[in-house]
Design a protein around this ligand. Structure first.
Ligand SMILES: NC(=O)c1ccc[n+]([C@@H]2O[C@H](COP(=O)([O-])OP(=O)(O)OC[C@H]3O[C@@H](n4cnc5c(N)ncnc54)[C@H](OP(=O)(O)O)[C@@H]3O)[C@@H](O)[C@H]2O)c1
Length: 229
């Protein structure tokens, strides 16, 4: 954070020939909380990574790309901005991803004539640390559940094929199917379903925190309550 970090970043990028930038780093913590319960430090950190860092890194690589007249910038947003009207209890996360989509779209228009492709990819659930424990282990999951929640490798393979193909995309087939289904469900129903789902996550998350306080060795790197617990 701050001017010094930006100066160091620009200095580091100045000598590099950056062809493709993927702004993937992101945080979803604090997760499954009402806004008034959220830890301020955690959501400031989230905004720093999801909004600030993405914007700064993008601004830092653009001069080199403009000079060379080519480049691609891929910003990882979230399917929540496209498929559902709200994402209660993850309100700051969801809002930060709307920023990513809006920024990407405007940059796409600004730079497309100068040889730079700016794209926002909007995945739904992908099996990563962020979603650790949100579902049953992969082996025990059905074909459908594996289709809608790809591994990070499966997602990445689909994602690479989409680079350069439009300002906004949802690379994974399973995610696109979910998007179609959400399209025909009324907004009020999606609001209600998301609230219920995330209230369930909130209970699990609170249970985890209580357990962590009593057993500090419990492992959980991700945002969602870990299965082992
Ligand atoms: N998983 C999903 O279902 C899902 C759905 C929609 C969108 N997304 C988006 O996909 C992107 C990747 O998330 P993920 O699911 O792979 O989550 P993840 O497993 O928690 O990984 C997050 C990544 O962000 C990096 N990161 C976090 N804070 C950082 C910081 N301050 N500086 C540098 N790097 C930092 C982490 O680096 P370290 O490992 O070094 O900490 C890690 O590589 C995020 O933008 C997320 O919002 C994920």
């Amino acid at each position: 954070a701050g001017d010094e970090a930006l100066r160091l970043l620009r200095h580091a990028v100045a000598g590099l020939d950056v062809g493709v930038l993927v702004n993937n780093a992101g945080l979803a913590k604090p997760c499954a909380v009402y806004l008034h319960e959220a830890d301020v430090e955690a959501w400031v950190r989230m905004i720093r990574v999801n909004l600030w860092a993405l914007t700064e890194v993008t601004a830092a690589v653009l001069p080199g790309m403009l000079e060379r007249g080519r480049g691609a910038i891929v910003n990882i947003g979230s399917g929540t901005t496209l498929t559902i009207p709200s994402f209660p209890l993850f309100s700051i996360y969801a809002a930060s991803k709307r920023y990513v989509a809006q920024l990407s779209r405007s940059l796409h228009v600004e730079y497309r004539a100068r040889g730079i492709d700016v794209q926002c990819q909007v995945p739904l659930f992908v099996e990563t640390n962020m979603t650790l424990g949100a579902t049953a282990s992969r082996k025990r999951r059905s074909f459908l559940s594996r289709l809608i929640m790809p591994t990070s490798d499966e997602y990445a393979r689909a994602a690479v094929c989409w680079i350069g193909h439009g300002p906004l995309c949802m690379p994974n087939l399973g995610h696109r199917l979910e998007w179609c289904i959400c399209h025909v469900v009324p907004d009020w129903m999606l609001d209600e379903l998301c609230l219920r789902l995330n209230l369930w996550h909130r209970v699990r998350f609170q249970r985890l925190r209580t357990m962590r306080a009593s057993r500090p060795n419990v492992i959980n790197n991700g945002c969602m309550p870990c299965k082992q617990v």
